[in-house]
Design a binder for this molecule. Structure first.
Ligand code: IPD
Length: 293
């Protein structure tokens, strides 16, 4: 019921604050110990705090909602890999932006997504370094610090790609084939391959700030016009999807991509390529423009 969802949102926001406090403590510890491990490769990092923060979140959820399913980045890495079912499910990244976290770059967050019947329904993303709490419930808007409805200012219509500020990430998949796709995409929207003939076709700029979840929030806030990445996991985006959509954005996964002008559905949360565009008008047209470029 709506009352249940309201309670879950309140609980999730309080939980994100608790997790954020542990992240801040962890940041000091890691910056002095430099105790960092690698997962699938040398740029896929993990610290004891990723595990501890996830454990805190998991146990609090288990106490409050024993019947809810739990999918978490670190439990998944440790082999606990439940299927996504229709059951109420938390999908959690304890520290999104671990690379920033270990470098002391203050752009990392806890990302708590809640899905019901496989549909992302509540999203809470908290950056404890900047004390920014993004939250959203499906159908009820997205908020910063529970008071400012997003986007915080009236948005101009979606600009063309040429005048957009675009978030893109390098991610941790640095294989030659994926890097080829990423660098080609960067070059296509950043560069002017015809040496001036197409002058003015370049995007205004790119930002790779190192947190998928916070990129979604930036689209919701109207700070980024779009964000594109190959290589996200469900926990990177489960919360962000709700926040971006409630902020007026459109989210597309790779199974029916924006490039085909189709709309995100919940099963795409398991896809690995994402495009988020701010604004609802005109999206198909922008999608085909993306394809052309
Ligand atoms: C990563 C970050 C990064 C993105 C990767 C994610 P993590 O999450 O969001 O910006 O490029 O795709 O996996 O490992 O810091 O939780």
């Amino acid at each position: 019921t709506q009352k249940d969802l309201d309670e879950i949102l309140t609980f999730t926001i309080a939980l994100a604050r608790k997790a954020g406090a542990l992240m801040l403590e962890g940041s000091k510890a890691i910056l002095s110990s430099h105790d960092v491990s690698e997962k699938k490769n040398a740029v896929d990092l993990v610290t004891e705090y990723d595990v501890r923060v996830e454990e805190l979140i998991r146990s609090e959820i288990e106490q409050a909602y024993p019947s809810f399913a739990f999918i978490g980045e670190e439990s998944y890495a440790a082999g606990k890999r439940p299927e996504l079912t229709d059951a109420p499910t938390y999908c959690v990244d304890p520290i999104d932006g671990t690379t920033n976290f270990v470098h002391g770059f203050p752009h990392a967050c806890v990302s708590l997504g809640f899905l019901y019947k496989k549909e992302p329904s509540i999203g809470v993303v908290f950056n404890p370094f900047l004390d920014q709490m993004y939250s959203a419930m499906k159908g009820h808007g997205a908020y910063l610090n529970q008071s400012t409805r997003l986007p915080a200012h009236p948005l101009a219509p979606f600009p063309s790609l040429q005048t957009a500020l675009i978030g893109m990430e390098w991610g941790s998949d640095r294989s030659a084939s994926t890097m080829g796709k990423k660098t080609r995409s960067f070059t296509q929207v950043a560069g002017d391959p015809t040496g001036g003939v197409r002058g003015g076709k370049m995007a205004h700029g790119f930002r790779s700030l190192g947190s998928a979840a916070l990129n979604y929030c930036a689209v919701a806030a109207g700070q980024l016009d779009m964000y594109w990445e190959i290589g996200c996991y469900p926990w990177d985006i489960a919360a962000g999807v709700v926040i971006a959509r409630e902020g007026g954005g459109q989210v597309f996964g790779d199974k029916a991509s924006a490039l085909e002008g189709k709309v995100f559905t919940s099963d795409m949360i398991w896809g690995r390529k994402y495009l988020v565009i701010r604004g609802v008008a005109d999206t198909e047209e922008k999608g085909s423009e993306t394809q052309k470029r």
